[in-house]
Design a protein around this ligand. Structure first.
Ligand SMILES: [Mg+2]
Length: 232
């Protein structure tokens, strides 16, 4: 019997059938540990200090505020949060930018997409002020054709209205497009619009265990998307 020491990586994407690659930013390309830490740890800490609250009380108040605008543009609008919380959250992003970074393999994946000639667009729910801090820290913009934030489209990605508006803005053919995101709601909305290939990023944070989904191709890294041809 011939030994087979190298397990074959399953090929999950037929790249010949794809022209446009639409990629989420936080939790797909960039480590969502930054965002989780920012909104669940650091902002509650600052808010507690500002108002003389216990950390748990402060966190509960902020979580309730986040939920009150979930799914609306305000949810990710850093200017909105600066006003509502009374803390300059854009400045706080810059202060903590040492925690911003790529997920393992993300840069190699982006180089691979360049090599095989795909048009690559980052489609993010993030606010442009947050995108600017992350681009300045990582150079993410150099790897892609365009970064579109939800404010340019007018809706967040989990809303059905997002997709036809985004399609008009970018001019992609959904039947020849791939979309990758760590958020189930965003993938469901893209599926309903007819985006042909959907990939779930199951390992959104370096600090949390993977959270695979059954209804989508769910990956914990990028190796299965490189089709055996790692970028050089
Ligand atoms: Mg995400």
């Amino acid at each position: 019997m011939t030994p087979n020491p190298l397990p074959l990586t399953p090929h999950v994407v037929g790249w010949d059938e794809i022209d446009d690659v639409l990629l989420d930013m936080d939790g797909t390309l960039l480590d969502r540990h930054f965002d989780n830490f920012f909104f669940e740890e650091e902002l509650p800490r600052r808010y507690a200090a500002l108002h003389g609250l216990q950390i748990e009380e402060s966190r509960d108040k902020l979580m309730a505020m986040y939920r009150s605008v979930e799914g609306e543009l305000a949810w990710t609008d850093l200017h909105y949060w600066t006003q509502r919380v009374g803390i300059d959250v854009v400045a706080l992003h810059r202060e903590l930018d040492h925690m911003i970074g790529f997920l393992p393999g993300a840069e190699e994946f982006l180089r691979y997409l360049r090599q095989i000639g795909k048009r690559v667009t980052i489609v993010t729910n993030a606010h442009e002020s947050g995108v600017s801090v992350k681009v300045a820290k990582t150079g993410l913009d150099r790897h892609v054709d365009r970064i579109v934030n939800a404010f340019e489209v007018g809706y967040l990605k989990m809303r059905p209205e997002y997709w036809p508006n985004c399609q008009r803005l970018l001019g992609f053919d959904p039947a020849r497009s791939l979309f990758m995101d760590d958020d189930e709601g965003c993938l469901v909305a893209a599926k309903q619009f007819g985006v042909a290939q959907l990939i779930h990023s199951a390992k959104s944070s370096s600090q949390l265990p993977p959270t695979p989904l059954a209804q989508f191709v769910s990956v914990t890294g990028f190796s299965s998307l490189l089709n055996g041809r790692p970028a050089t």
